[in-house]
Design a protein. Structure first.
Length: 272
């Protein structure tokens, strides 16, 4: 059984919306979670969030997990978490959508209920992951675990999952779809903290590229150099224009079917 843990970054700000994370087996994730917890406890943290750790003023914020820490010690801790990831995880996932291009090309031309980068990014992550697994001849089912989302966002992602699982276009991938996606708090679910670290880097890299620079962070390079297998898609203006050809399918999202989680919140259970 495989599990993909994914976190998003860049909602409504910056040049790029990102969803990123990692894919591995349930057994491997148990090892990651145990080692992550041990490292977190040694550091005296309640949780790890990359945005907090990389805040230039983190050591001066009170209250704050890094109050009084020398910058060098914070950076060393980030390096240790990064190394834990690339030593234990073998597949990475990354989807990026340029916010300005989305606003100019896609916005207002599809069903308003799903007209936001969140939906497109999450669907892309599921499709690119199953495409990769089929390509490398992995026939195990995969469960998707996303960071906390509103009920509205959950509803449309879950409907999309059911649609693509049943769609004849992806008949060869049907065996790969596990249980419906679940959503959790990245302060509690440890593998989502690893996904948060990667998503932060992915968004930073897109920002630097948009400014004409090169993102040469050592942690970013370590993740990319050591985790060779990847499911990625960087949406371009041309991609978004071509996607509008499927606008009738997307417009009919509300007719895909009513699922048990549409009207009320249901406690979701997963194997991961």
């Amino acid at each position: 059984m495989y599990c993909a843990y994914l976190d998003d970054s860049g909602r409504g700000s910056g040049p790029t919306y990102v969803i990123a994370g990692f894919l591995s087996t349930t057994n491997r994730w148990q090892i990651v979670s145990q080692e992550w917890k041990e490292l977190r406890n040694i550091a005296g943290l309640d949780y790890f969030k990359m945005k907090e750790a990389m805040d230039p003023g983190a050591r001066a914020k009170q209250p704050g997990q890094y109050y009084g820490w020398p910058r060098e010690e914070i950076d060393e801790l980030v390096d240790l978490f990064t190394e834990l990831i690339w030593r234990r995880v073998s597949i990475r996932i990354r989807i990026t959508i340029p916010n300005r291009s989305y606003e100019g090309i896609f916005k207002g031309k599809i069903s308003p209920q799903v007209d936001f980068p969140y939906w497109l990014a999450h669907v892309s992550a599921m499709l690119e992951t199953t495409r990769l697994l089929a390509l490398v001849s992995i026939n195990e089912k995969v469960d998707f675990i996303f960071d906390t989302a509103s009920k509205r966002e959950q509803y449309f992602v879950l409907n999309a999952w059911h649609f693509w699982k049943a769609n004849e276009w992806l008949s060869e991938r049907k065996v790969l779809f596990g249980d419906p996606p679940i959503f959790g708090d990245d302060k509690i679910i440890l593998p989502l903290q690893a996904a948060d670290l990667y998503a932060w880097h992915a968004r930073k890299e897109r920002q630097v590229l948009s400014e004409g620079g090169v993102y040469d962070d050592l942690g970013w390079r370590a993740l990319n150099d050591n985790i060779k297998i990847k499911a990625e898609r960087d949406w371009t203006e041309n991609d978004l224009e071509q996607q509008l050809e499927n606008v009738n399918v997307i417009r009919n999202l509300n007719n895909w079917g009513a699922w048990h989680y549409e009207k009320k919140a249901v406690k979701q259970k997963g194997k991961c």
